[in-house]
Design a protein around this ligand. Structure first.
Ligand code: MSP
Length: 561
């Protein structure tokens, strides 16, 4: 993602083609202002949390906060995936029960939520009775409908991924795992199968009618390409380990971890028991607006899960958003290379730059598109300094200091709505510019174009910066006769900072609250629930409001190369 390093044109209120696309996607994804549901993958408990899991959850959090700020009723789900042969084996190696291992590592994931400012509404664990009982009910329904049947299967199996691979794809992969590189094994199993092959044409039709179902577009094309190879039925049970949900009526089988895990999105809302108390409260959130995942688990989410939902007659999610990977110095992160950006490393960034800076970097520089993104200390520092210290903090601090110096820390009275944002010919007025920008930001957030949302919001800060540089209020103020003009300039700057801080709140909740509080405009009560456009409307900061000096981000030393 290098959009934020691109040279920027002077901000205007006209719509670009990217914005038009965002508006179309917005129409596609959110036809109404219905309750909104967003999910992360549920993370394996045999791994510790690291930048990857923190990244996906942070993106979902930004979206959830943005939608809440826009007055939407949001449900944001994350959790842990706790069954399967790998967990059973790791637990055995450590001489503890799989449940003890799951408890321990699931807690590690939950511990992240506070420090990363993640505002999930629930945290689901696949070993919870509420999940297990509903998975059984779903599977019983699928057995009854004939979409799950008992059969025998011989195929290529990726042991590390616990996944079967089709003959065509196995050949393409030279019979090696695309993830671990280890040889695929020939496996035979008497198993229960999901009749995925029966959904080929329904899926094709669905994809044709819903071109925004998988995003980004490049990932959708990959799915469509693989779909052309034809679909095979997929095993939904295993007999080679016991750590899983027993198959109803055949307890020598346990439900395959992937099938068990996918159901989490539905069980968290109680959909397995439509008459139950949980469903009464939460069924309104279905279908999800976004299942946000990493690119490696796209097939399960884009093909197997939709087919299961079709078999269960449940409405389709609006979008499966598959981001790419964080890599480290051009290389894949792996345990063997020891180059993971792990929690200890992240703690170092928190200590030096703070969590809001971390969230800013994740949101604006991450692998949200089809390209992997390289995580580097130097780049992090550059972005921190350029965007947060030199742009956002600089404007908030210069403006508040000048208001203190020239107006005793009180917002001066001035008519700014119809003031042009700059001396450039055709420059929009502050109220028109910020209104158009707020609408653009809201659309980008909703369409999960989070880097674009951040960039549009920051364009207001850049406009404030241009105004200060063009008019030099600190020079004008030397002559008392200019004070009405200085009042006008600083009132516009202060209101611009306030509006930008409102729009950036989903990404940097802590620092934006700090700025808004200093500017006497904390987003509480009515201000927070009136919708993004209303909260960002020009004129929210009224004359007489006390403005305290603030410097939300401080310059820090560059990392040692
Ligand atoms: N348990 C399954 C998911 C089941 S969802 C029904 C799983 N878990 S996982 O612990 O391996 O988490 C995978 C997810 O972690 C990825 O899809 C992605 O969201 C995140 N990431 C893991 N490594 C990553 C990077 N290096 N970069 C970005 N995100 C990555 O698969």
């Amino acid at each position: 993602m290098n959009h934020s390093r691109r040279a920027r044109a002077h901000p205007t209120a006209t719509e670009t083609s990217t914005e038009r696309r965002a508006r179309n996607l917005y129409d596609l994804v959110m036809p109404s202002r219905a309750p909104a549901y967003i999910t992360t993958p549920i993370y394996y408990v045999n791994d510790r949390p690291h930048i990857g899991s923190a990244y996906t959850t942070t993106l979902c959090d930004v979206w959830a906060r943005a939608m809440r700020l826009d007055g939407r009723d949001v449900f944001f789900l994350t959790g842990t995936d706790e069954h399967g042969g790998k967990v059973e084996k790791s637990a055995k190696d450590r001489g503890i029960t799989p449940q003890a291992l799951a408890d321990e590592n699931s807690a590690e994931f939950r511990k992240l939520l506070g420090p990363f400012c993640l505002s999930n509404d629930d945290f689901i664990r696949t070993t919870e009775p509420r999940h297990e009982s509903q998975v059984k009910l779903f599977v019983e329904r699928l057995l009854k409908s004939g979409d799950i049947y008992l059969g025998e299967f011989i195929g290529w199996y990726d042991e590390g991924q616990e996944e079967y691979i089709t003959e065509t794809r196995a050949k393409e992969l030279e019979y090696k795992s695309p993830i671990s590189g280890r040889p695929l094994v020939r496996a035979t199993e008497k198993n229960y199968y999901f009749r995925l092959s029966a959904f080929q044409s329904r899926l094709e039709e669905f994809f044709k009618a819903n071109p925004g179902f998988v995003r980004p577009e490049g990932r959708f094309n990959e799915v469509l390409g693989r779909l052309r190879d034809g679909l095979q039925d997929v095993p939904v049970t295993r007999t080679n380990f016991t750590w899983g949900i027993p198959m109803p009526g055949a307890s020598e089988h346990v439900i395959y971890v992937w099938i068990d895990a996918l159901f989490n999105y539905a069980t968290a809302l109680g959909l397995g028991e439509p008459q139950g108390a949980l469903a009464q409260e939460r069924a309104k959130y279905w279908p999800p607006a976004y299942h946000v995942i990493g690119k490696e688990i796209l097939w399960f989410h884009a093909v197997i899960w939709p087919a299961m939902l079709m078999a269960l007659d449940l409405p389709m999610p609006k979008c499966v958003y598959a981001h790419s990977f964080w890599i480290r110095n051009g290389q894949k992160m792996s345990k063997s290379l020891g180059n993971f950006v792990d929690l200890e490393t992240i703690d170092g960034f928190f200590a030096k730059y703070g969590v809001d800076a971390w969230r800013w970097y994740m949101t604006t520089q991450g692998p949200i598109g089809t390209q992997d993104a390289d995580f580097s200390d130097k780049h992090f520092h550059e972005i921190y300094t350029a965007h947060l210290v030199n742009t956002f903090a600089n404007c908030a601090s210069r403006t508040s200091s000048m208001i203190e110096k020239y107006f005793g820390g009180v917002m001066p009275a001035a008519e700014t709505a119809s003031m042009p944002i700059s001396a450039a010919a055709g420059a929009p007025t502050w109220s028109a510019f910020t209104e158009a920008t707020a609408a653009k930001v809201a659309r980008h957030y909703e369409a999960f174009e989070l880097a674009e949302a951040s960039d549009a919001a920051l364009s207001i800060v850049r406009a404030v910066d241009i105004l200060i540089n063009e008019t030099a209020p600190f020079k004008l103020a030397k002559d008392p006769a200019n004070l009405p003009r200085v009042a006008e300039i600083l009132a516009a700057c202060a209101e611009g900072v306030r509006v930008a801080a409102v729009l950036l709140t989903p990404i940097m909740p802590g620092k934006c609250a700090e700025v808004l509080t200093a500017y006497g405009s904390a987003l509480d009560g009515d201000r927070a629930s009136s919708g993004l456009a209303a909260a960002a409307r020009w004129g929210g900061l009224t004359a007489g409001t006390k403005i305290a000096k603030c410097a939300p981000f401080m310059r820090v030393d560059a990392p040692v190369a």
